[in-house]
Design a protein around this ligand. Structure first.
Ligand SMILES: [Zn+2]
Length: 123
């Protein structure tokens, strides 16, 4: 996912780090001949890069983690409702309706929070 550069700061090892709009960060090393970014060394160069969009892998990872958590939460809500429907003696169609209702009513916030919290700890 592309995110704009909103600012720059130095890390504890005096390397420049770009702050992205999403809150994630990316090192912008000038380490010739491996990495040529002479612009990072000047105030003017850095200012000229504000708003430039970078690919943020952390955001992609977060997106995948949230998608996985949501799938899991929905499947679990549906499974539970389908089983409950069976215990209450509903027919297959009734159980399916119950499972659909459960998926529609499922509170996904805790699963999403957990997935994002996990991602933040890893990063
Ligand atoms: Zn990001």
């Amino acid at each position: 996912m592309k995110q704009p550069i909103t600012g720059f700061h130095l890390d504890e090892e005096n390397h420049w780090v770009a702050d992205l709009g999403c809150g994630h960060r990316q090192h912008m090393r000038h380490d010739p001949p491996w990495m040529e970014r002479p612009w990072i060394l000047t105030e003017e160069g850095r200012r000229s890069r504000l708003g430039v969009e970078l690919e943020c892998n952390r955001c992609d990872e977060a997106g995948r983690a949230v998608a996985e958590a949501v799938r899991e939460a929905l499947a679990s809500a549906a499974r539970q409702a389908y089983e409950d429907g069976g215990m209450s003696g509903l027919c297959a169609e009734g159980r399916w309706d119950l499972a659909l209702d459960a998926m529609r009513a499922a509170d996904l916030t805790p699963a999403i929070r957990r997935a994002l919290g996990q991602e933040r700890q890893d990063g």
